[in-house]
Design a protein around this ligand. Sequence first.
Ligand SMILES: *Cc1c(COP(=O)(O)O)cnc(C)c1O
Ligand code: SF4
Length: 338
Amino acid sequence: MTESTHETAHFHQNWQQQLAQAFTTIDDLCRYLDLNSSDLPVSAIASQQFALRVPLSFAACMEKGNPDDPLLRQVLPIQDELAFYAGYSNDPVGDLPSATQTGILHKYQGRVLLINTGSCAINCRYCFRRNFPYADLQLSKQQEHAVILSIQNDSSIHEVIFSGGDPLLLNDARLTRLIEQINSIDHVKRIRIHSRLPIVLPARITDELINTLTNSPKQIIMVLHCNHANEINERVIHACQQLKQQGITLLNQSVLLKGVNDDADALCELSEKLFQHGILPYYLHLLDKAIGTGHFAVSESEALLLIAQVQARLSGYLVPKLVQEVAGAASKQYVRGG
Ligand SMILES: *Cc1c(COP(=O)(O)O)cnc(C)c1O
Ligand code: SF4
C-alpha cells in the first residue's frame, strides 16, 4: 500500500475527524479510485435512497482503477438496487419496528441485544438498514436507564450485546458509562460488541476504549464484520492486535455476497487472514432479503457448495458457520440444505 502525503496526514487525525471526512458522493469516491463514474452503472437514485458513505481507511484498501473491486461493490450505489426481486421486503427479519422503538431486542435465550445507535461509519449496500432512515436513532438517556433496569430485573440474561447500527460510534465517555452500569449487574457474565469499525475505521480503537474494555471485570467479546481479505490492512491489524493483547476474544461475521466473496478462494483467504491476526471466523450469513439487495444474493445451494469446498480445504476452526436469520426462530438457523 503506497500512501499519498494527504492520506498519511488524514490517518494522523482522530477517528471523529476521519469519519467527518468520509466519502459521501459517487464522484469523489470514483475520482479517488481513478475511475470515471460515467463508465460505471452507478445510480444517483440509489444514492438518494441510501447515501454513499465510505471512510478513506476502507477506500484505501480498494484497488485503484478496478471497477469490479470487491470492496467497492459493497459501497457503490448502482442501478441493480432499483430492480425488483420477488420475496424481498423492507423488514426481512421482522423485528425492526419494535427494536427501533424500544432500543432492545430480546429474541434469544440468555442474550439481549441493544440497538445502541442507528448509524454506521460505512453504508453497506447489502444491509437491511438501507430501508430504515433511522440514522439518528439511539438509546436516549431515559431509555438507557429503562434498559439497564430491565436487564437487572431478568436474571436469565447472561450476555449483553451492543449492536446497532454500529455501537462503537458512541463516544468513549458514553460507552464507558454504559459498560460500567452493566458491570454492576451480577448475573451478566459477558459483554459482546458487534462492530464493523475496527475494519472500516480502525482509528476508533483508542487508548481510552482499550482502557474501558480492559477495566471491565466481565469477559468482552468483539464480533467484527469483514467480508473480504483485502479489508484487512496494516491499520486494521494494529487495531486488532491492541484488542487481542487485552484478552478480548475476537470473532468475525461475514455476509455471503455475489461478486464480493462468493468463491472458495476468497472465503479461504479471508479465514486464513483473519486467523493470522487473531480473529476467529464465526458466522457466514446468507443475505437478508431486503429490498434493493437482490443482486447480492447467493442461492442456498450455491452457498452449501461453497462452504463444502472451504471445509474440504481448511482446518475445522477456520470454517465459519453458514447461517441465516429466520423471523420468529429461537436462534440463528444453520443452512443445511435438503
Ligand atoms: C444474532 C442475534 C443475537 C446473537 O446470536 P448468536 O447466535 O449468539 O451470535 C442475539 N440477539 C439477536 C436479536 C440477534 O439477532
Ligand atoms: S449495520 Fe453493518 S452491514 Fe449494515 S451498514 Fe452498518 S456496518 Fe454495514
